[in-house]
Ligand binder design. Structure first.
Ligand SMILES: Cc1cc2nc3c(=O)[nH]c(=O)nc-3n(C[C@H](O)[C@H](O)[C@H](O)COP(=O)(O)O)c2cc1C
Length: 371
């Protein structure tokens, strides 16, 4: 009786070299649970549980590339150095053994870095231009040489992802972190060819994608995550119109992005005035590339970063019918699920089986634990 149609959600799909058993993706979620920035057995088991629980593709928590100012969180995993890479190899093996696929989300925090965070506590935060964080901490404007070092760090990490057996990689170009700060006009007021007009603001991201593509070869999937919303400003926009969005996405597609992952807080909401199309649907229409949608699947409250400061969590489930219909209409290809998968590692299998009453809801306990 209580068994919604999930035919498309659980149908297999092949995107280039990536063959997936269904459309459910685990959204990248920072857990800050890596000692010495090295993924350990608990991290591998945490991801493997989601693979065993029916997730088709896992995107890891953001993991910082080899640049001294890249990290912002204690306990975040590194994506360089023998020990961290050996830890990641075990994560890949555990997920594959459970029948899953996995991509690392490669990341540089940029101006969101809190100075004092290891492994390079003395290193200041960097961004497209010199600025200040809310508490007055200085952010250093990047030289072209600094930018090139970051480009090379992403390329190195992507090549390592391939060597470690990952099924592709994702570039974190969202949520106010370094790449997003270049994309956003408010934060990128550089006077050179990397700032100002939208064609310039996308150049740094294009450089990274091009270097990554050169490092991994033609067949290794590259996913690019971007967002309109910023930390501290959910109404922010990198693109105010479909034309502006196109000016960002087409150069990225030409540089080698295979799959786009527009991050929204509610996957169905219209992206622009005068059209009902979501950001995912626009992304697919403008680029012709496969798209991962995300936002409030299985949970009624849009992501609010205040939950990390202890704000109360509403965990009312939402019906899966709107999602199934959007997938069936071809608005997007895959859907990422975040908080619902923290609440229940077997969320996907339970949705598939129609065991809705058996799903453990997202909670503050689920947020606190690596269960
Ligand atoms: C605990 C937590 C950590 C997150 N960390 C990341 C991250 O490392 N990288 C990222 O791109 N998004 C991150 N996000 C955002 C999620 O990937 C996702 O876009 C968001 O939670 C909306 O999906 P949901 O409504 O299904 O939870 C995080 C979200 C949560 C709840």
């Amino acid at each position: 009786m209580n068994h919604p149609d999930t035919t498309t959600l659980f149908s297999p799909i092949t995107l280039g070299t990536l063959s997936l058993p269904n459309r459910v993706v685990m959204a990248p979620m920072t857990r800050m649970a890596c000692e010495q920035h090295i993924p350990g057995e608990a991290n591998a088991a945490y991801y493997a549980r989601r693979a065993a629980g029916g997730v088709g593709l896992i995107i890891t928590e953001c993991t910082f590339v080899d640049h001294p100012a890249a990290n912002a969180y204690p306990g975040a995993p590194a994506f360089y150095g023998d020990a961290a890479l050996a830890g990641w190899r075990k994560v890949v093996e555990a997920v594959h053994a459970a029948g899953g696929r996995i991509l690392p989300q490669l990341w540089h925090a940029g101006p969101m870095r809190t100075p004092g965070v290891p492994p390079h506590p003395a290193e200041p935060a960097v961004g497209p231009v010199a600025t200040q964080q809310e508490d007055g901490t200085a952010v250093v404007g990047m030289s072209r040489k600094d930018m090139e070092a970051v480009v090379q760090a992403f390329a190195q990490a992507a090549g390592d992802a391939r060597s470690l057996g990952f099924d592709g990689m994702e570039i974190h170009g969202a949520h106010s972190f370094l790449i997003d700060q270049f994309l956003w006009a408010e934060s990128n007021r550089r006077g050179d060819t990397y700032g100002g007009a939208v064609e310039n603001r996308v150049r740094f991201a294009v450089d990274i994608v091009s270097a990554v593509r050169a490092a991994v070869g033609p067949d290794f999937p590259i996913v690019f995550r971007y967002s309109q919303w910023k930390q501290g400003d959910y109404a922010a926009r990198i693109a105010h119109s479909p034309a502006e969005l196109e000016a960002i996405l087409l150069p990225l597609a030409a540089a080698g992005v295979d799959i786009f992952h527009p991050s929204t807080r509610r996957f169905w909401e219209p992206a622009f005035e005068d059209s009902p199309l979501s950001l995912a649907a626009w992304t697919r229409r403008l680029t012709g590339k496969p798209v991962i949608a995300v936002g409030s699947v299985g949970i009624d409250q849009p992501l609010d970063l205040a939950i990390f400061e202890g704000a109360s969590i509403s965990n009312q489930p939402t019906p899966i019918t709107t999602l199934e219909a959007a997938l069936a209409r071809g608005e997007f290809d895959l859907v990422a699920v975040g908080r619902a998968l923290l609440g229940d590692a077997a969320w996907a299998n339970k949705i598939r089986a129609g065991q809705l009453d058996a799903i453990h809801p997202f909670s503050s306990e689920a947020l606190a634990q690596l269960a």
